[in-house]
Every structure is written in structure tokens, then in C-alpha cells.
Design a protein around this ligand. Structure first.
Ligand SMILES: *Cc1c(COP(=O)(O)O)cnc(C)c1O
Length: 381
């Protein structure tokens, strides 16, 4: 740090130079991200609440109330209006909290967690941080978790089973209803990771899409991760963890001697209230119909991409159920194709299981971007 500070103008000028090197969602070139442009209203509200600290909620009672309202609205969306939870930084923190609650409730000697092979890498972090043994269940031919494989892995030390509603790589929905039955039978915590799917599956179901149940309506489901900063259009960082009731939060509450609230269940202490306020704003403003239209719009763009790829001779890995398309070139490896596309200015991602190019058709990707993308893909076939 320099002894003497720079004038504000100069600081902003330098920052603009850095920012110009970032990619933007509005360019339509970011094809491999699960985040997107946040709603302009949410952005404004986020700035207004920048200083509110939910780590000390007695000082920010209004924001605390907004957080409760969001938990209520998302609980209702996921079939349990009385759900308890928090607005936190994202899916990773939500999954950490779910694993922590499950472990504390179960009290096993050598806690084990069963996750599908397709689970997000945040469970590896949870395993490392909390000393949980991770057991990876096999997938079936459609890349959904194989329920038989899950059953085989259950032991006296199993503290949680994880199902994914909208896998990160393919947007697949695991058979949560079957996992729910197993978890009731075995008395095990079922955590549903709907970080991505939570803000699209319910709306597509409303619109008549044949997608399976995955939420608290299934009695075995104990907790759900749902990320407002993905399909919810909230600013980063906005994640949400929901538990069926308050007891899961109590199971990990810690005394907080010097704050206005005496107990805290979240992992972080000082935490932004801006995410809760911004999420509240976007939920109230969009309403179910707003999200339904958004879901239908991204699915229409997804279909156009999927059909366009097939017409060109590319090979989609699965028929998409959600707004994620994974595909391969008939002869080029995914890594090679990704780097050719990168040279053309497209930021795609490569999935590991199965190896493929992965496009997440987020709301910032419009049909005109897809047409340009297909034009470029045509030159590579
Ligand atoms: C994105 C994602 C996560 C992680 O969420 P972050 O907000 O990046 O921490 C967890 N699980 C699934 C299924 C995801 O798609």
C-alpha cells in the first residue's frame, strides 16, 4: 500500500481497465456458467443493503425479517412452508451446513455420507472439513444415481444420503422419491442438492413438463439446497439452505457471547444481509409467473441448441430435461473442441462424466447467440 492515497477518479480508471478484461454475461459468450446477469432490481436492492450484517441480527431486525420471509417463500415453493433455514453464500455453504446438521443429529462414530458419482465437488470439501467418509454411488445408464448401489453402501455409520435435483454437469434429476423411501426405512437424513434445479424444476412442473417430485412433499427429504444466484436471478453470493424444521439448525447452534443473538447455526459469522434483501426483492417482483416464463424461455433456447447440434452432426449426450446441453464432436475430443471454441471467443466448459462439451443455457444466452454459436460449430465439423 502506498503512503499517500490516489484520487477516486484515478482508482476508478484503473479498476475499469481491470474490469474490461473480464468476460460479460451480456456478450452471450459465457456458455459454461451456472450464474447469470442478476435482475436490475436485485442489484439495486443489494447496494441499498450493503452494510446490513445478519451475523448480528438484533441490529438489523428488518433484514432479519426479510431473510425469514425468503425462507418462507422458498419453503412454500418446495412444499414445506414451515421450513427453517438461512440465506448464505451459495450451494457449497448450503451443502456444508446440511452435512454438518446430518452428522450432528446422527452422532455416528465414523460418519459416512453416500453421494452419487455425479454430485458436486462441494461434498468433497465437506468430507475433508468434517472428516466424513464419502461413498460414491454408481449412476445408471441415464446418469441418474443407481438406487441399488446406494442401498448397498448403507451402513451403521451412514449419516446422510444425497440426491441431486439438476446435476451440475447434465441437469439430471435423481430418483428422489425412491431415495426418500430408503431414507425413511433406514432412518437416514436425505439431503437434496437442488442448487441449480430448485429455481427451474418447480416452474417447469407448473407449466406441465413431466419432471419428478424432488422436494419436501416427499416425507424422507430432510434438507434442500437451492441457489438464488443461479436460476433465481439474485446477485452473487446468494445461496439458501432449507431444513424440514428448526431442530436441524438447533443441532449445530453455537453460543455467541458478544452478539445480539445468543445462538448461531451458520458457518460464517459476519454475513451479508444484502443477499437476503435482494433475493426477497426478486422473488416478490418475479412471482411464480415470472419464473415460469423464464423457465420456458430458457428451455426453448435449449431445444433450439439441441436440434441445431443434431442437424450439424454433433452428438448430444442425453436429451436435456433442464437447460443444460452436453454434446460431442463425432471425432474431435471435448478438450480440443473446447479450445477451438475458445479461440473463437466462446467460453464453454468440459464435463467429466461423461466427457463432453457442456453448455448451461442461462437467461443471458439468447437465440441469436445460439445461432452464432451453431454457425461457428458448423465450420468445425
Ligand atoms: C452450483 C452447484 C453447487 C455449488 O454452488 P456454489 O454456489 O457454486 O457454491 C452445488 N451443487 C450443485 C448441484 C450445483 O449445481
Amino acid at each position: 500500500m502506498d503512503e499517500k492515497g490516489l484520487p477516486e477518479e484515478r482508482v476508478l480508471e484503473i479498476l475499469e481497465e481491470f474490469r474490461s478484461r473480464d468476460m460479460t454475461y451480456t456478450s452471450g459468450r459465457i456458455l459454461g456458467s451456472m450464474c447469470t446477469s442478476s435482475h436490475p432490481l436485485a442489484r439495486r436492492v443489494y447496494c441499498d443493503f450493503l452494510e446490513s450484517n445478519l451475523g448480528d441480527p438484533g441490529l438489523f431486525r428488518g433484514t432479519r425479517e426479510l431473510e425469514s420471509c425468503v425462507i418462507g417463500m422458498l419453503g412454500e415453493l418446495l412444499s414445506e412452508p414451515a421450513a427453517a433455514g438461512h440465506i448464505i453464500t451459495g450451494g457449497t455453504e448450503a451443502n456444508l451446513m446440511a452435512m454438518r446438521a446430518a452428522r450432528n443429529m446422527a452422532g455416528a462414530d465414523k460418519p459416512e455420507v453416500i453421494v452419487p458419482k455425479s454430485a458436486h465437488f462441494s461434498f468433497r470439501k465437506a468430507s475433508d472439513i468434517m472428516g466424513l467418509e464419502l461413498r460414491e454411488a454408481e449412476l445408471d445408464r441415464d446418469y441418474r444415481v443407481d438406487v441399488g448401489s446406494v442401498r448397498e453402501m448403507i451402513s451403521d455409520n451412514t449419516v446422510a444420503i444425497v440426491g441431486v435435483a439438476g446435476t451440475t454437469e447434465l441437469g439430471r434429476i435423481d430418483p428422489i422419491a425412491e431415495l426418500s423411501d430408503i431414507c425413511i426405512e433406514e432412518g437416514v437424513h436425505l439431503h437434496v442438492d437442488a442448487a441449480f434445479g430448485g429455481f427451474i424444476i418447480p416452474f417447469l412442473r407448473d407449466a406441465g413438463f413431466k419432471l419428478p417430485e424432488f422436494d419436501f412433499k416427499l416425507p424422507g427429504v430432510s434438507s434442500i439446497t437451492i441457489d438464488p444466484h443461479k436460476m433465481g436471478l439474485a446477485p452473487i453470493p446468494s445461496g439458501c439452505i432449507l431444513f424440514r424444521d428448526e431442530t436441524y439448525l438447533d443441532a449445530m447452534s453455537i453460543e455467541t457471547p458478544y452478539l445480539t443473538e445468543k445462538q448461531q447455526s451458520t458457518i460464517v459469522g459476519t454475513r451479508t444481509g444484502a443477499s437476503a434483501a435482494a433475493t426477497w426483492a426478486v422473488l416478490r417482483h418475479m412471482g411464480r409467473s415470472g419464473y415460469r416464463e423464464l423457465a420456458l424461455r430458457v428451455m426453448a433456447v435449449t431445444s433450439r441448441l439441441n436440434e441445431g447440434l443434431k442437424d450439424l452432426g454433433y452428438e448430444p449426450v442425453i436429451e436435456p430435461e433442464l437447460n443444460i446441453v452436453a454434446f460431442n464432436h463425432p471425432s474431435m475430443s471435448p478438450e480440443k473442441l473446447a479450445s477451438r471454441l475458445e479461440e473463437m471467443g466462446w467460453a464453454v466448459s468440459v464435463s467429466a462424466c461423461p466427457p463432453a462439451i457442456r453448455v448451461v443455457v442461462m437467461p443471458h444466452i439468447k437465440v441469436e447467440h445460439i445461432e452464432l454459436f451453431l454457425d461457428d460449430l458448423k465450420t468445425l465439423i
